[in-house]
Design a protein around this ligand. Structure first.
Ligand code: SME
Length: 155
């Protein structure tokens, strides 16, 4: 997918999510519909939320193959995104030290933290692709924008 069509997909996705997600719904329902809406457009290998519970991330709503249920703080790409409070773009998961492989088909990954205005991490959004080097700055900018809105709407 070239960057122009990616851009268009995110414009449509954002509009769809804004129409779909309401603060009147339960968080788990909104997270579930969020993952389904993304998946319908992009057909990633895996997309889902991990939610902070104590010193671990626990598996939340997702679409794709079964995944590990707990990730400790600072472990794997998700745990590092949590500890660094930053989006991590991994072009080749096999080159990322400590990467946790949930599917052997995953080649690249992006993890975006759900950050409050106070800088607290509530969880992360994790997306895996079967293509090497799939994610770039376009994905990062859009997903950060969408997640920022999602957090402000629902937490
Ligand atoms: N690869 C992630 C683990 C979660 S799965 O990809 C769904 C990580 O290294 O944290």
């Amino acid at each position: 997918m070239n960057n122009q069509s990616k851009e268009k997909m995110y414009v449509l996705l954002e509009a769809e999510l804004r129409a779909l997600i309401s603060r009147e719904d339960a968080l788990i329902s909104s997270m579930s519909n969020f993952t389904a809406a993304v998946q319908n457009r992009f057909n990633f290998l895996w997309i889902g939320f991990y939610i902070v519970e104590g010193k671990e991330l626990v598996l939340g709503p997702f679409q794709g193959p079964v995944a590990c249920t707990k990730i400790p703080f600072d472990r794997g790409v998700c745990g590092k995104s949590w500890s660094n409070k930053k989006t991590l773009l991994v072009k080749d998961v096999h080159q990322f030290p400590g990467h946790i492989a949930c599917s052997s088909e995953s080649k690249s990954e992006i993890v975006v933290p759900l950050l409050t205005n106070e800088g607290e991490v509530l969880g992360v959004l994790d997306i895996d692709s079967i293509d090497l080097n799939y994610f770039d700055g376009t994905d990062q900018v859009w997903l950060e924008k969408i997640i920022k809105w999602f957090v402000s709407e629902l937490y």
